[in-house]
Design a protein around this ligand. Structure first.
Ligand code: ADP
Ligand code: ZN
Ligand code: ZN
Length: 734
């Protein structure tokens, strides 16, 4: 056998691994898969991940380069995460080196050393119960534990050295017993672990759900917790987490971006009193690395995070949970496109532990899996506590005169609820003042110069903005076509409705929550606090306001425009609209006060709305599933999308035509090719976009084609002149 060879995954668009010789000062027998390796790559150098040691390489010996350095002694990519990355790379047809780069915290991607320090040592819950006297045969451990018991907030290593001398072996021993753990340095929670919040007595449905999952903790299984808003799903997660923690296992909880609120973090921390690692996009690289390390070492018993937290390594995984499993933010839409929910299900199977998917409005995918017998459904049909389901009614807008998007009956309802001390929440999924600025003389409207889209008027800033590419300019004073000065804002966004509400309800505290009003750090939390405390009587917002928040005093929820989702271009538009309506409606009457939901629409007879009203979300979902079956769309079929864009219109088109021909030349058994077609908004950010849809009734057929085809796309003529990407199980086909 020749010299051992390092097989390395390097971030690169090429679908291949790269071979290197072992650096002279490294003993190949000590190398483990998953360590980072710095290698020469092209004209620069790159950080890759060692996949395996190979006995020989297809590259001639003399042409192999030598790796510059091995950066870790222990793998940063654990065997489990490496398996996940390999599977994901194969399923989503994205290069393994790129997948691994996306999987690692940024701080590690750049080749920095794994840092320790800055983390504190603290006593765990079980450590609190230890009688130190039992440690008399291990005086070092007793000393360390004693000191830590006197400092419940934890101490860093330096402080321990100062107090008791070198603590490392004692800490290692205590940690093995589960009595101490590393924790964030800035734990300021004054009541961790010691006085956990009391949990309510579970309802019958909750108990049943908890029992079913508890009985299956030792094996793989997917549970769909289908519970109406406010039915106590979070309570079920917490109860199960308690059970799992008691077995010294960890729990990973994924939540949508918008669902990761400080309240949830607080609720988890207070109830479980366990070491908690929180991973979200707002963290600095250092903070993210700390949280990642706590999860990996097992010091964090609970890991709570958004989408990318699905890749967090766990030392002792016991239960995986996805909250709001239908939420679109669980799907990564750029670069390495993956579904965090689906990857978490894969992880659960691989680890042979259960995964729990929770939602009040489950995705059609998950409901279909229940129908197929692959997932177990657990239902929570009623709200927890005394809360009653809200009354929902449609307000027919066809004969109404609107005042800035508010109909007379809507204004009357608001008035009624406010005068009876209710809190009112209005929902409009459009920020800005007006979506269109129109010339009253000639019908011209202000367009984005780089997109096939209208500019949105933002009055407070005196600007026009494109919500697709971010372009902005000063409000046009005159028509671009006839030079008339009679330009009028048409339609409404939250800014405009806010003004109308202020006019109609002077003296009421009004809070507007959207991306514009919450730009400053901390402002969202402040507004939510005002909303929760009941100080803000009138709440107005986009979907930022729709999810996950618990406002006990809200008695009226108004959906100002339900129509946009009824005739959307995407095949998921109606599913999303139904989910949104049900989620928003779920904000009404969460506590003891009865709630009312009013939906403004020009299409009160629309079958979707009617179904939703008469039979609820599950009635809607059954009908939608039947429609998908008839149209051979997911979840009854599998889709993949090849997107291409370029600065002129022809290039993406010609690329996609070649791609289609390439697929057809191989016969493409079981796969239909639709297109190419222009993207619904063809020009965006100055680039022309088109797409090719691949549809198969059997997932296997689609995967079989993609396997060969994607790797050849880069060789098509003009492939370098277009930006192309493959999206397997696309969230939106737009
Ligand atoms: P979901 O996650 O389904 O929206 P939560 O778990 O947040 O529901 O519960 C909604 C509200 O009901 C919360 O205020 C919660 O404290 C309360 N709650 C949950 N379960 C119970 C129960 N068994 N008894 C009384 N109150 C409960
Ligand atoms: Zn004009
Ligand atoms: Zn634009």
């Amino acid at each position: 056998m020749g010299r051992p060879i390092l097989r390395v995954a390097v971030p690169s668009p090429l679908y291949q691994t790269f071979d290197y010789l072992v650096p002279a000062n490294v003993d190949p027998r000590e190398l483990m898969a998953g360590v980072r390796v710095r290698v020469p790559f092209g004209r620069t150098r790159s950080i890759g991940v060692l996949l395996e040691m190979a006995g020989s390489s297809p590259i001639a010996d003399g042409r192999l380069k030598t790796a510059e350095a091995v950066l870790d002694q222990e793998p940063v990519v654990t065997p489990e995460i490496l398996a996940l990355a390999r599977w994901a790379s194969g399923y989503y047809h994205y290069p393994l080196g790129e997948v691994l780069a996306a999987v690692l915290p940024v701080a590690l991607r750049t080749g920095r050393r794994r840092r320790s320090g800055r983390l504190n040592w603290a006593v765990t819950e079980s450590g609190l119960l230890v009688d130190v006297a039992t440690l008399d045969r291990a005086p070092r451990q007793a000393a360390v534990l004693n000191v830590l018991l006197q400092h419940p907030q934890g101490l860093d290593r330096e402080a321990l050295v100062a107090l008791v001398g070198t603590p490392d072996s004692a800490l290692a021993a205590l940690r093995k017993k589960g009595w101490v753990a590393r924790t964030e340095a800035q734990v300021t929670d004054p009541t961790p672990a010691v006085s956990p919040q009391i949990s309510p007595t579970l309802t019958q449905a909750q108990s049943k759900a908890v029992d079913r999952v508890s009985a299956a903790l030792d094996r793989f299984g997917v549970f769909l917790l289908d519970g109406v808003t406010g039915s106590g799903k979070t309570e079920v997660y917490l109860r199960l987490a308690e059970t799992v923690l008691a077995k010294q296992r960890q729990v990973l909880i994924l939540v949508p971006e918008i669902g990761l609120t400080p309240q949830l973090v607080d609720r988890v921390r207070r109830r479980l009193g366990a070491r908690l690692a929180v991973l979200h996009s707002g963290l600095s690289d250092g903070e993210r690395l700390d949280a990642w390390q706590m999860a990996r070492s097992g010091d964090a018993a609970i890991v709570l995070g958004t989408r990318s937290a699905v890749f967090t390594p766990l030392a002792r995984p016991g239960l995986l949970i996805v909250d709001e499993e239908h939420d679109a933010s669980l799907k990564q839409q750029e670069g390495f496109r993956y579904s965090a929910r689906d990857l978490l299900v894969w992880r659960a199977r691989h680890l042979d532990i259960p995964v729990l998917l929770g939602s009040a409005t489950p995705s059609l995918e998950s409901l279909y899996n229940v129908q197929q017998g692959r997932y177990t459904e657990l239902r929570l049909p009623d709200r927890a506590g005394d809360a009653r389901p809200p009354r929902i009614q449609l307000l027919d807008m066809r004969k109404e005169r609107l005042e800035d998007g508010l109909s007379r009956p809507m204004l009357e309802r608001i008035e009624q609820h406010l005068s009876r001390d209710g809190q009112v929440m209005l929902f409009l999924n459009r920020r800005g003042y007006a979506p269109t600025l129109l010339c009253h003389e000639c019908g011209w409207s202000a367009q984005c110069r780089r997109c096939d889209a209208r500019m949105v008027m933002h009055q407070s800033r005196g600007q026009l903005r494109c919500h697709h590419c971010g372009a902005q300019r000063i409000l046009d004073a005159r028509c671009g076509q006839c030079d008339s000065a009679d330009l009028r804002p048409i339609g409404q966004g939250t800014e405009r409705v806010e003004q109308a509400l202020a006019r109609n309800f002077p003296g009421q505290t009004l809070i507007r929550i959207d991306r514009d009003s919450t730009r400053r750090k901390g402002s969202l939390e402040k507004m939510l606090q005002m909303a929760r405390s009941g100080k803000g009587r009138l709440l107005l917002g986009t979907q930022m306001l729709a999810k996950g928040h618990h406002f006990p005093d809200v008695t009226l929820v108004g959906i100002l425009d339900a129509d946009s989702g009824l005739y959307g271009a995407d095949f998921r538009a109606s599913e999303r609209m139904a989910q949104l309506i049900v989620q928003v409606a779920g904000r009404a009457g969460r506590a003891r006060r009865a709630g009312e939901v009013c939906i403004q629409t020009h299409h009160p007879d629309h079958p979707l709305l009617q179904l939703l009203l008469t039979e609820g979300y599950s009635g809607f979902a059954q009908a939608a599933l039947a429609e998908r079956q008839a149209a051979q769309l997911p979840p009854h079929a599998s889709l993949a999308l090849l997107r291409a864009e370029a600065i002129n219109r022809e290039m993406p088109w010609s690329f996609l035509e070649q791609a289609r021909d390439l697929a057809q030349a191989d016969g493409a058994p079981g796969v239909e090719l639709w297109g190419p077609v222009p993207a619904p908004m063809e020009r965006r950010g100055g680039r022309y976009r088109a797409q090719l849809v691949l549809q198969a009734n059997r997932r296997k057929d689609l995967q079989c084609l993609l396997q060969v085809w994607v790797r050849r796309l880069g060789t098509l003529k003009g492939a370098r002149k277009v930006r192309w990407s493959v999206d397997v199980d696309p969230g939106d086909t737009l």
